[in-house]
Design a protein around this ligand. Structure first.
Ligand SMILES: [Mn+2]
Length: 319
């Protein structure tokens, strides 16, 4: 709710003051780096951060003209767009669109004419590390944790800092360090749970309640433990259900499942947000699409709540 107000404020401010306006993905380092590159190029520019589902459903976001859109589906009118999601069709006057690019930031660097700018290129390298789930450097891990541990305002502040200051200074900023610590605790709790769960070849998990974990990280961890496909279903608010999809196999393009559920993403990492009157209906739809995609009669589903987990066959035998 607060984020929606802050978004509207930024849009109105940019329009009144006639400033360049950018819309970038809120959910990860790639989107935040794209936003920071925009601010390097346009120091007076306004940044709006949003998730793909906000763009698909947001009337405000669809009603304005954007100078720059990054790592997101088309909101309607855009001058420049940098994106690498095969599930997002091109739309802007100037598209920097390449589904084979490892991160949208690689394309944003070109789109904004920042090639050769050292500080910009360094941020892009971190976006590539995080977006391909191959985090190797401590800086990439710290920036990832800083993004995931920050709320809307914290993320805007991070964009600001990344655009203006050297990375070392940004990562040692007291508020940024706090965000890093906050997400580190979430990441560690997720790692403890992942170590207990059965590494099924097709890992399908349904959370009965949101345990405040990093569900994308859970997908990655289960894939590291041997799962070929991961699907993690989590309740979000009263009528909303989120599914995170991951694939460790070239033959399983999970973005196909995500698109059928009204979402999108990459062949190896995708997701969708479903709205429905009852939670059961959303979960059923997700499991049905997965079953169809895999060509199976039934699925083994790991049901998880704060007390523990159990594995159940779906649909239940005999039903
Ligand atoms: Mn990306």
């Amino acid at each position: 709710m607060l984020a929606a107000v802050l978004r509207a404020y930024s849009v109105i401010k940019a329009k009144l003051l006639n400033r360049p306006l950018a819309l970038c993905d809120i959910s990860d380092v790639d989107g935040i780096v794209c936003a920071a590159l925009f601010r390097m190029r346009y120091p007076r520019g306004e940044v709006v951060l949003a998730a793909p589902s906000d763009v698909r459903g947001g009337r405000l976001l669809r009603s304005v003209e954007w100078t720059f859109v990054a790592d997101l589906p088309c909101p309607g009118r855009a001058l420049i767009r940098a994106d690498h999601h095969a599930s997002n069709p091109p739309c802007a006057s100037r598209e920097f669109y390449d589904p084979s690019a490892p991160a949208a930031a690689v394309l944003a660097l070109r789109a904004l004419g920042l090639e050769g700018v050292r500080r910009a290129e360094r941020l892009v390298a971190l976006a590539v590390e995080t977006d391909t789930a191959r985090i190797a450097s401590p800086e990439a891990l710290a920036l990832n944790d800083a993004v995931k541990g920050s709320g809307y305002r914290g993320k805007l502040r991070l964009v600001e800092l990344l655009a203006a200051r050297p990375l070392e200074e940004v990562l040692s900023d007291p508020k940024v360090s706090e965000a890093i610590e906050r997400f580190k605790r979430v990441r560690e709790a997720t790692e403890r749970l992942a170590a207990e769960l059965p590494p099924l070849e097709l890992f399908v998990a349904v959370f009965k309640e949101d345990l405040g974990l990093s569900y994308r990280h859970l997908c990655i961890l289960m894939e590291r433990r041997g799962s070929k496909l991961t699907a993690v279903v989590v309740p979000r608010g009263a009528f909303t259900t989120r599914v995170y999809l991951g694939s460790a196999s070239r033959d399983l393009d999970v973005s196909k499942v995500a698109v059928r559920l009204g979402g999108g993403g990459h062949p190896y990492a995708a997701g969708a947000t479903l709205r429905s009157l009852t939670r059961g209906r959303a979960v059923e739809r997700i499991l049905l699409e997965l079953k169809r995609f895999l060509g199976l009669e039934s699925l083994d589903v790991v049901l998880i709540d704060r007390r523990g987990f159990e594995v159940r066959r779906w649909p239940a035998v005999g039903s």
